[in-house]
Design a protein around this ligand. Structure first.
Ligand code: GRF
Length: 221
């Protein structure tokens, strides 16, 4: 007998490659969640096409069409509620959510961010990393709180920054890992393997690590 799958609402604003990674994961029989609804605040977001192609209800809630943030969030809550959403995943969603909204899904809102938080929160994380000259970059899945990328960290994946990198090449390398990490973190979170402990989380899963740690640079020529 199969157990009921957790119903995810995915909030998007753009291309939706992370949404696609979640849709692909949810298409696997053993994945413990399904995407019940996709909500975009941008009417032209390609992510909406991805949702429709996967047969998932795709709803536009345009922040510009609402008189206030409260009205915008109320409309999103209505869409999520109508779809029976239990957990919310932000996937390239470019609006900050209020504490009121988050309280409606307390401890059940996740985000992916393209840096090794707490370094480089906010916009243009990859550009910030390049400008600061770090040699290792990556991505983070975390619980969402009312701050900007400040919530408890669930998981991270690291990639090297290469000498010839620009924002585009570094973003692409990080994005590959985002697509691996987000489904993994969602699986752990919705199956109760992630416990909140103040500003930290306890995660009942081991890291994957090669024989050596990622070291950047790794060796002289
Ligand atoms: C990703 O890098 C994500 O981490 C960030 O915005 C980008 C969205 O990409 N929040 P996509 O829309 O999932 O392709």
């Amino acid at each position: 007998m199969s157990t009921a799958r957790v119903r995810l609402g995915v909030l998007v604003s753009g291309g939706g490659s992370n949404l696609q990674a979640l849709l692909d994961a949810c298409a696997r029989e053993d994945f413990p969640a399904e995407v019940a609804c996709v909500v975009s605040n941008v009417p032209t977001a390609y992510a909406l096409e991805r949702a429709r192609a996967a047969g998932v209800p795709a709803v536009v809630v345009d922040h510009k069409a609402h008189a206030s943030k409260a009205a915008f969030e109320a409309a999103m809550l209505e869409a999520l509620g109508a779809a029976g959403v239990q957990w919310v995943c932000l996937a390239g969603f470019m609006r900050l959510l209020s504490a009121d909204f988050l309280g409606r899904f307390a401890g059940r809102v996740l985000n992916i961010h393209p840096s090794l938080l707490p370094s480089f929160p906010g916009l243009h994380a990859q550009r910030q990393a390049l400008e600061r000259g770090v040699k290792v970059a990556g991505c983070t899945v975390h619980f969402v709180d009312a701050g900007t990328d400040t919530g408890p960290i669930i998981g991270q994946a690291a990639v090297p920054v290469l000498p010839e990198d620009d924002e585009k090449s570094l973003s692409a390398r990080i994005l590959v890992e985002e697509h691996r990490l987000y489904p993994l973190a969602v699986r752990l979170a919705v199956t109760g393997q992630v416990t909140l402990d103040g500003v930290r989380t306890r995660v009942a899963a081991a890291p994957t690590m090669g024989e050596l740690a990622l070291r950047s640079p790794g060796a002289t020529k």
